[in-house]
Design a protein. Structure first.
Length: 142
């Protein structure tokens, strides 16, 4: 049996204020689109930012990678898919942005987040048990 991995999708329309004079979404906004999907993903297994902080950990993004395949334009509806793909030592989340009308791939990428204990401000080299428990609870509900 294949192991299930949490994932989430968000659909949004590229707003005017995210575009340049050519009506193309500015490249920096793609990280914002990733963040919207990341929050939906974290909520899917009940470990969104408030739960992270309540558990005694911050989870800063320490790496982000994007590959732009096709530009998003003003008014275009896109789907941002986020999938947890690693969590033993860090959280790796993979992303794919597609056009909702055609399904065409537009952007792919990933982010890495590491646990930092709030009290000591020390980075953890293994993800804390709370994350493992949240993932296991999510899997049991499937």
């Amino acid at each position: 049996m294949k192991t299930a991995w949490p994932s989430a999708d968000v659909v949004l329309e590229i707003p005017f204020h995210d575009t340049d004079p050519m009506a193309v979404a500015w490249h920096g906004h793609y990280l914002k689109y990733f963040e919207l999907a990341r929050c939906a993903l974290l909520r899917a297994f009940d470990y969104d930012y408030p739960q992270m902080q309540a558990s005694g950990y911050f989870w800063p993004v320490v790496e982000a990678r994007l590959k732009y395949v096709k530009a998003a334009r003003y008014g275009q509806r896109i789907q941002v898919h986020a999938r947890l793909s690693e969590y033993e030592h860090r959280m790796r989340i993979d992303y794919k942005i597609t056009d909702t009308e055609t399904g065409a791939r537009m952007t792919v990428g990933h982010t890495m987040q590491v646990a930092v204990e709030i009290a000591s401000r020390e980075m953890q080299f293994v993800s804390p048990p709370v994350l493992w428990e949240k993932i296991e609870q999510w899997r049991l509900q499937r």
